[in-house]
Design a protein around this ligand. Structure first.
Ligand SMILES: Nc1ncnc2c1ncn2[C@@H]1O[C@H](COP(=O)(O)OP(=O)(O)OP(=O)(O)O)[C@@H](O)[C@H]1O
Ligand SMILES: [Mg+2]
Length: 397
């Protein structure tokens, strides 16, 4: 029997999705034999970060740790590659929208997120976290995986109504290199646990706290930590929360769960993520029937119809720039902006713009070497965006 398979595969970059704090995310197509094509997402890591040995060591270490995480509520990592001094991650492509955009829509249209859907999304992410938090090595020792960056930007909802948590294993390396002040610029401080903002050691309870802040925002449509004029870092380190922002209508049982997620003292938080997931599920299902992926999909179809148009363009790329103007926004203008956003969302749009000089990433896979040792080549080539059979022409992008 053959002990190794050496094949080369090419990823064609189709479209830039977003530039995040650590790199750029692209929609891409992994090309295989005889026209095989699989949609993937590729995240390239900023070259400035790749220069830090400490960052790279930690990034690779965490990448190996999370490589085997396979759970329906976690964005799966397929490959960690290295080309021309830069690192990139090939991962599952999530067709849908980020929770950040989901919340942005509700803020702009002054439309509350139905409580049971907010809890459903949170419970699914809690299930993904519970799975990751409980992973053990081959000897049965806990791997102590902590996400460290649970926030609306890292949560996505597929068009089938399935919530997924992305960017596992990336934040640890980033937190050690990117100064706190800069993290605040990309909004991360709003979701950090107090111990993380204080740069204390963190465990799974830090993720529970961050998820509590996400649930708070889903229900309040405001950031729990929003304090006019105050330093975001100081507020995060103190663990200050404005509970007044939580609507009075929020059920006391749910408030109780949130108090345990958001307790300042880690010992007062849930002592297991599985228990948290159970409590959230009990809250929505104890009467017999509750929300499912089907109800979330139905809700997305009603409120984000553009997601279901073939060749859809994400909210942030919608032609109507009124969407961009809505955030941050004056509360009194919400209704007006909500109408604008609905109008823009309802529009059928053209397919993704062609990338005349997109970059193709060609990688050689090794059967036993693991992601970090795979030989990977970044080819600066022009690739037409539309079909798997197109050939690279060698133009520099
Ligand atoms: N696997 C994926 N499939 C589809 N879209 C994705 C995927 N990963 C990320 N995205 C999109 O890219 C956006 C930006 O993600 P990215 O992780 O680069 O930025 P961020 O989370 O804001 O910052 P950071 O770099 O600190 O993680 C997400 O909000 C989401 O819309
Ligand atoms: Mg991210």
């Amino acid at each position: 029997m053959q002990s190794e398979i050496n094949d080369r595969y090419t990823c064609r970059i189709d479209r830039e999705i977003s530039k995040g704090g650590m790199g750029t995310v692209y929609e891409a197509t992994q090309l295989g034999a005889h026209g095989f094509a699989k949609k993937v997402a590729i995240k390239t890591i900023l070259p400035t970060l790749c220069k830090h040995h400490q960052f790279i060591d930690m990034f690779i270490g965490e990448g190996k740790l999370v490589a085997d995480l396979v759970h329906e509520n976690i964005v799966q990592i397929y490959q960690l590659g290295h080309a021309q001094g830069a690192y990139f991650i090939v991962m599952e492509y999530v067709n849908g929208l980020s929770l950040h955009d989901f919340i942005r829509f509700h803020v702009a249209s002054s439309q509350p997120v139905p409580t049971e859907l907010a809890v459903f999304i949170t419970s699914r992410i809690a299930r993904g976290l519970a799975y990751a938090h409980s992973r053990q090595d081959r000897k049965g020792m806990p791997l102590n995986i902590v996400h460290r960056d649970v926030c609306p930007n890292n949560i996505m909802i597929t068009t089938e109504g399935l919530p997924k948590l992305g960017d596992f294993g990336i934040a640890k390396a980033a937190n050690n290199i990117i100064p706190l002040q800069e993290r605040s610029l990309v909004g991360k401080l709003y979701y950090m646990s107090p111990e993380q903002a204080q740069r204390q050691p963190v465990d799974f309870r830090s993720d529970i706290y961050s998820l509590g802040l996400v649930l708070f925002e889903l229900l309040a449509l405001e950031k729990a930590r929003f304090r006019d004029g105050a330093e975001v870092i100081a507020t995060a380190q103190e663990g200050w929360l404005n509970w007044e922002l939580l609507p009075k209508t929020v059920n006391p049982d749910l408030r109780g769960i949130m108090r345990r997620m958001l307790a300042l003292d880690q010992a007062e938080r849930y002592d297991s993520t599985a228990k948290l997931a159970h409590d959230l599920e009990y809250f929505i299902y104890h009467k017999g029937y509750g929300p499912t992926v089907v109800s979330l999909e139905k809700y997305l179809r009603e409120n984000f119809p553009f997601l279901y148009v073939i060749g859809n363009v994400p909210l942030k790329e919608q032609p109507d720039d009124s969407i961009q103007r809505t955030i941050p926004m004056d509360l009194s203008k919400r209704e007006e902006a909500g109408n604008a956003i609905r109008q823009a969302c309802g529009k059928a749009t053209e397919g993704p713009a062609a990338c005349p000089t997109a970059t193709a990433i060609t990688a050689a896979t090794e059967s036993d070497g693991g992601p970090a040792s795979a030989e990977t080549v970044l080819a600066d080539t022009a690739v037409a965006p539309d079909a798997g059979q197109q050939k690279a022409t060698g133009n520099k992008s």
